[in-house]
Design a protein around this ligand. Structure first.
Ligand code: FE2
Length: 212
């Protein structure tokens, strides 16, 4: 597999180029502010971009789609009922085929109703659900509850899985499920109430703990 983490600019947005070496098929995941780069990079690697896949419908993750569609006319894959234009819908538990690669879809609502994570071999693209040492923004009610449950689901996965977030908001660009279990202050909260409390007091917590 070819897997590249790409710094898209914007709000330190990360996107991913995923390629299947056997068939030469590739997908641009959240190309956002940097769509032309994915087209060039795929060409350079002798890959054919077949799909755009977006982890959720927020503007800073989908705003590059139009450019790639104009250039290549390829299809957009998003979670079912996503609030943005797409061609192919996926849902929780689906295995989306990219050539010989299996992309496992995990629905992770909370930050966004149509948020999903994508597991490919040992790599988990987490969108804005899980960042290195942080989690996606939500309200302090239903959104927080859904995100808490989504994160609990992710923490059941193999500790060795590598975590690739939708923004470069952490101390390092990627981590592992095990690292997040041991270090992410949100994951370390024992109950939903504690989780919401940390969200409500995050600015003070960050200052106290020297987190940027
Ligand atoms: Fe987002």
């Amino acid at each position: 597999m070819i897997f590249e983490q790409i710094n898209n600019g914007g709000d330190r947005n990360f996107g991913y180029l995923v390629g299947d070496e056997e068939t030469g098929m590739a997908a641009a995941v959240d190309p956002s502010y940097n769509p032309a780069y994915y087209i060039d990079r795929a060409e350079k690697l002798k890959l054919t971009l077949k799909y755009i896949i977006c982890t959720h419908s927020h503007h800073d993750h989908v705003n590059g789609n139009d450019h790639i569609i104009e250039q290549l006319g390829i299809e957009v894959v998003m979670y079912q009922d996503a609030e943005y234009f797409f061609d192919i819908e996926v849902k929780d538990g689906d295995i989306f085929k990219l050539g010989t690669l299996d992309l496992r879809i995990i629905h992770t609502p909370g930050h966004c109703q149509d948020g999903m994570c994508i597991l490919i071999e040992n790599k988990l693209i987490t969108g804005d659900t899980l960042f290195v040492g942080k989690v996606g923004g939500t309200d302090l009610e239903e959104g927080a509850r859904l995100e808490y449950e989504s994160l609990q689901q992710l923490m059941q996965l193999d500790e060795n899985l590598e975590v690739y977030p939708g923004h470069d908001f952490g101390a390092q660009p990627s981590s592992t499920i095990g690292y997040e279990k041991r270090n992410n202050p949100f994951i370390l909260q024992p109950t939903l109430e504690d989780f919401v409390h940390l969200k409500a007091n995050w600015v003070a917590y960050k200052a106290e703990h020297g987190i940027e």
